[in-house]
Design a protein around this ligand. Structure first.
Ligand code: PEP
Ligand code: MN
Length: 342
């Protein structure tokens, strides 16, 4: 259940509503927007007390939520924005994350970091612990890769994001990165989701290969339920009957997520297509449809990459992509009200 305060509600009125929620045995999660304060109420059947809550001073209306996710639900809220190592995600400006699939060496990562920075990317990605389909494939450099990412951040100033696959390594990753990544294969690893939720670090949550939007939002709710709703929802392609491309980019997911959640939305065209020739057109589509973030894989010599070379852009193609993206008009999800009116 969501309690929407009146636009002119005073902080005291909101505080009184929160006290009443807690006194009745529920948990409150207030969200203080620029124009509106809303309070999510979590617990067993708060809807039975709807009229009571509606009668409290400063309350505009009470919205019952029939979805199983509440904290990440749009529920009349503005889109949320948060800081990732000094970069605002979800604030209206398109943020590009670039970097290699895997960190392979100091030379390779530093070259990628410099190319990412020169092209205008705002964050650097790089896999340290890699989820690979075959147990015999390259698994990443582990902690050494995290040290190299920290070194690249030091030199370029770009905040870094890297995937955590194991709940036992969350603390280690949290020492090095500005945003934790949960990979597609771990989207429903609920122990891992709860663990990253407790770090308080922003999390990029990638959509599972066969996850519905509802599954995806419930996974985000696991993280938010730990008190951390700085979650970036990343559409990275889903498995369909189509085999021409590695996955099928569900471009619908962007407007659908914008309607259903206040969280910012990313698109990863590299893993969606699995082929570098499709990365630029899909990036343009992502920008046009109003994604907040685009993440692409780059490599100094893609043909020698230890993972995902076929979908990685060389630096010249990346620079060209970034130039092109600057001219793409972007659909804007101005506010929940605007989305609802459309
Ligand atoms: C990645 O981004 O490095 C990755 C492995 O992606 P996904 O989890 O989407 O396959
Ligand atoms: Mn990859």
């Amino acid at each position: 259940m969501i309690i929407i305060m009146e636009p002119g509600a005073t902080p005291e009125q909101t505080a009184a509503v929160i006290t009443e929620i807690e006194n009745l045995g529920f948990t409150s999660h207030p969200i203080y927007g620029e124009h509106l304060t809303v309070v999510a109420v979590v617990g067993k059947h708060p809807g039975a007390l709807r009229e009571h809550f509606e009668s409290l001073d400063g309350v505009s209306r009470v919205q019952l939520i029939d979805q199983s996710y509440k904290l990440v639900a749009r529920a009349g809220r503005e889109g949320s924005a948060f800081d990732v190592g000094g970069v605002t995600v979800g604030g209206g400006e398109l943020v590009v994350i670039a970097g290699p699939c895997s960190v392979e060496s100091e030379e390779q990562l530093m070259a990628c970091a410099r190319a990412a920075k020169a092209g205008g990317a705002r964050l650097l990605r790089g896999g340290a612990f890699k989820p690979r389909t075959s147990p015999y494939s390259f698994m990443g450099l582990g902690e050494r890769a995290l040290e190299l990412l920290a070194q690249a951040r030091e030199e370029t100033g770009l905040p870094v994001v890297s995937e955590v696959m194991d709940p036992r390594r969350v603390e280690l990753l949290a020492q090095y990165v500005d945003m934790l990544q949960i990979g597609a294969r771990n989207m429903q690893n609920f122990v891992l989701l709860a663990e990253v939720g407790q770090t308080g670090l922003p999390v990029m949550l990638k959509r599972g290969l066969a996850a519905s939007i509802d599954d995806f939002l419930n996974a985000a709710e696991y993280i938010a339920s730990q008190g951390n709703d700085r979650v970036l929802m990343c559409e990275r392609g889903i498995r369909t009957f189509e085999t021409t491309t590695r996955n099928t980019l569900d471009i619908n997911a962007v407007p659908v997520l914008k309607r259903l959640t206040h969280l910012p939305v990313a698109v990863d065209p590299s893993h969606a297509a699995g082929e570098r020739d499709y990365v630029a057109p899909l990036s343009w589509a992502a920008a046009a449809v109003g994604a907040d973030v685009i993440m692409v894989e780059i490599h100094p010599t893609p043909s020698t990459a230890l993972s995902d070379g076929g979908q990685s852009l060389d630096f010249a193609s990346f620079a060209k992509l970034m130039d092109g993206l600057r001219g793409v008009p972007r659909y804007s999800y101005r506010s929940a009200r605007a989305v609802e009116a459309e």
